[in-house]
Design a protein around this ligand. Structure first.
Ligand code: NAG
Ligand code: NAG
Ligand code: NAG
Ligand code: NAG
Ligand code: NAG
Ligand code: NAG
Length: 324
């Protein structure tokens, strides 16, 4: 309401002024801007500056109106060279700015950062600088379905496979399914919801009996942008799930076998050692009785135990020789 009054006021001023001076006109080098959701956009209006800019005399108003809405939103206002915050709609707080350094060149450049779907619409740029004029610029915002989430499942209790593709974008996309030879879209169920950001959250589910084909793809077709994105799904993933089940079994069995082997060999060694200890006093006694038994004693040990207990054996032999 306020802005409309200002405009009318400025426009009457225009008629008074135009009689004395050359007509003040605002120009737009680009009438249509199409930008990607989440990116930054700068939209430009030009106005005549004769020599150096007198900022105190400059007023720039940027307003946005969405299609089908009556009320416009204040995007950015510069009044007599100063930012006028109260007229800014909360949607644009912290996201809209006028590039002040460009003003002296007669360029009123509005920058909007991290563009939202709701930023799309018609933008009015009105400039009052010892004369007043305005132009409209159109902003379109698109969001391609660039990240497609996929899922493969086996329908429990049935021999059917369920493939799912989900993505967000704008405007609404159609989803097609295909494998190497067939268009499978007929058996797909595609639904959507709207996110808080105004994006379409599209989910498409294809349920089918698997056959020889293993490669499937879902295609998100954004008709208005004539843009396509796709994701490929392999039903081999279901197979690899089974493999990974076997793998985890192997991962369990192998350490178990190793543990059993280690434990049993430890047990064998322990028992051999025990029998060795039990034998030794007997042998020593024998040795005392018959020194010729020495060589025979050595042959009692198998080579492994001999290696392990070499030190013990030599010690006992030494002690034997001391005794002898
Ligand atoms: C958008 O502008 C902001 C602030 O100027 C900057 O930090 C950001 O990197 C820009 N983003 C892109 C995608 O250019
Ligand atoms: C620009 O300023 C000069 C002198 O300052 C004046 O003669 C001329 O008419 C002005 N032109 C416009 C378009 O206002
Ligand atoms: C499609 O899926 C929606 C929700 O998942 C469900 O309500 C609807 O009945 C399904 N339509 C068909 C034709 O299967
Ligand atoms: C989109 O929908 C899927 C389920 O269909 C849900 O899991 C996901 O969280 C939704 N994403 C957003 C951003 O709403
Ligand atoms: C594989 O599935 C497609 C789609 O369901 C079907 O048209 C085709 O006849 C099937 N092929 C075989 C060999 O079953
Ligand atoms: C499926 O795709 C993979 C890789 O894209 C390829 O190696 C394989 O041969 C394809 N399978 C069939 C049956 O076409």
């Amino acid at each position: 309401m306020f802005q409309i009054l200002t405009m009318l006021l400025l426009e009457t001023q225009l008629y008074v002024v135009s009689g004395e001076r050359e007509l003040f006109t605002v120009e737009v080098p680009q009438q249509l801007y199409v930008v990607e959701y989440g990116s930054n956009v700068t939209m430009e209006c030009r106005f005549p500056v004769n020599g150096s800019l007198n900022l105190g005399l400059l007023t720039v108003v940027w307003e946005q109106k969405r299609q089908g809405q009556l009320k416009s939103k204040g995007v950015y206002t510069l009044r007599n060279g100063k930012a006028f915050a109260p007229s800014q709609h909360h949607d644009y707080i912290g996201r809209a700015a006028l590039l002040h350094s460009e003003l002296k060149l007669g360029r009123a450049i509005l920058q909007i950062t991290s563009v939202k779907i709701t930023d799309a619409g018609s933008y009015l740029c009105l400039i009052d600088y010892q004369g007043v004029d305005y132009k409209y610029i159109t902003l379109e915002v698109k969001a391609s379905y660039k990240r497609i989430n996929t899922q493969v499942m086996r329908k429990p209790g049935e021999d059917k496979v369920v493939l799912m593709c989900q993505s967000e974008g704008f405007p609404l996309a159609e989803v097609f399914w295909q494998n190497e030879n067939f268009n499978l879209s007929g058996s797909a169920n595609t639904t959507y919801t709207l996110t808080a950001d105004g994006l379409y959250n599209v989910t498409s589910i294809l349920t089918f009996k698997p056959n020889i084909s293993e490669n499937y793809s879902c295609v998100f077709w954004n008709k208005e942008l004539n843009g396509k994105t796709s994701a490929h799904i392999s039903t081999l993933a279901l197979m690899s799930n089974q493999y990974s089940g076997q793998k985890s079994l192997i991962l369990f069995i192998v350490p178990m076998c190793v543990m059993v082997a280690v434990l049993s060999s430890a047990l064998i060694i322990f028992q051999k050692r025990k029998s060795l200890k039990n034998e030794q006093p007997r042998k020593d006694r024998k040795r005392k009785l018959d020194p010729n038994m020495k060589d025979e004693n050595r042959d009692d040990f198998n080579s492994q135990t001999e290696a392990l207990y070499m030190s013990t054996v030599t010690a006992s032999r030494d002690s034997g020789s001391v005794v002898l």
